[in-house]
Ligand binder design. Structure first.
Ligand code: TYM
Length: 329
């Protein structure tokens, strides 16, 4: 059975980008694949969160993922730092990752630009830890959004380099996965590229109806089309991208026609978009609170997940160490 793995950093709340970029695809294949899903608390350390916030963050994301449909009976749901084998593989892979390669990744350059005073080595080798997360389970498919494509490319590169260098076949090359379609980039509503936690432009699965409506109604627009069938400027394209994710095809078609004949009213489009987002997120929101307050359940989920993940990780690590020549007497 093919192995599927995905992960999320343990900061903030789950937004529509996380949901449509990664989680929704993951939930769909839980029945047919061997699935691993984890919360990347070690990755979150690059920004030095307060210790209490770090743990709260893991709990929040865990509860939100469970509320959104991850099933601990079907998938291994675990916390990254509870599977120490990943750190051991990280050491091995770091020896195969070159400084120049890491410096050239878009996410690293972006972080350096935004945080020039915190360019730590963990940040530089962030993609190596991510590769270790994936390769330690020999995952074949990785449901992620478009923003992670370059990181996946590095995971493939390191898998290949390891196999070539040690003349073995320990690691399959993982593929970014979206059911054969292009990877998704969910835009923000502020006209500034992708929806993201650090960007502060998210619509969160825990938002209530009023908050969602307010955020959508405030979305940046323009003064409207002046000629039939004109191309859409980016801020309007963003609204349509979201509409395509949450609404029925007829609804999208309706507004496409309104755009094309210049009779579109952005207020109507936004109202519809807000209502359709609520339809997706509010049932999830209803479950978040009860799951968050059930400490015993969260403990059980992570214990089950840890056990499954460690068994898989130990098996791979043994192969990798053997290949490298790290052998016991
Ligand atoms: P993170 O926490 O930024 O995001 C988690 C997942 O959500 C997707 N995503 C999006 N997809 C589409 N549009 C958006 N606007 C959007 N924003 C976020 C991301 O692509 C991701 O799939 N480095 C990873 C966490 C990680 C990981 C891994 C993922 C660590 N190890 C191994 C997969 C496999 C991250 O920071 O994701």
């Amino acid at each position: 059975m093919d192995i599927v793995l995905s992960g999320i950093r343990s900061t903030g709340h789950l937004h529509l980008g996380n949901y449509y970029g990664a989680l929704r695809n993951f939930v769909k294949i839980q029945d047919t694949h061997k699935c691993f899903f984890f919360i990347a608390d070690l990755h979150s350390l690059t920004t030095h969160p307060h210790p209490e916030d770090l743990h709260e963050g893991v709990k929040t994301i865990l509860a939100e993922y469970l509320a959104a449909g991850l099933d601990p009976e079907k998938s291994a749901i675990f916390v990254q730092s509870e599977v120490p084998e990943v750190c051991e593989l990280y050491v091995l892979l770091n020896m195969l990752a070159y400084k120049g390669e890491m410096e050239r990744t878009a996410s690293f350059k972006d972080k350096v630009r935004h945080n020039p005073n915190n360019v730590n080595i963990g940040l530089l080798s962030y993609p190596v830890l991510m590769a270790s997360d994936i390769l330690i389970h020999r995952a074949k498919y990785v449901p992620v959004g478009k923003d992670q494509e370059q990181h996946l490319e590095i995971a493939r590169l390191l898998a290949r380099r390891f196999n070539n260098m040690y003349g073995c076949d320990v690691f399959p090359e993982p593929e970014a996965f979206n059911f054969g379609s292009n990877l998704v980039k969910v835009p923000g509503l502020d006209g500034n590229g992708k929806m993201g936690k650090s960007e502060g432009n998210g619509i969160y699965l825990c938002d209530d109806e009023r908050t969602i409506t307010k955020k959508v109604m405030r979305a940046v627009t323009d003064s409207g089309p002046t000629e039939p069938d004109s191309p859409k400027p980016e801020v309007i394209e963003n609204l349509f991208t979201l509409l395509k994710l949450v609404s029925e095809p007829e609804t999208v078609q309706f507004f496409e026609e309104k755009w094309n004949d210049c009779s579109i009213r952005y207020g109507d489009l936004k109202k519809q978009l807000a209502a359709d987002i609520c339809k997706v997120t509010l049932p999830i929101r209803d479950r978040i609170e009860s799951i968050t307050s059930d400490a015993a359940y969260l403990r059980k989920v992570t214990e089950m997940g840890r056990e499954k993940a460690r068994a898989s990780a130990q098996a791979t690590l043994a192969l990798a160490k053997e290949a490298v020549g790290l052998k016991r007497f």
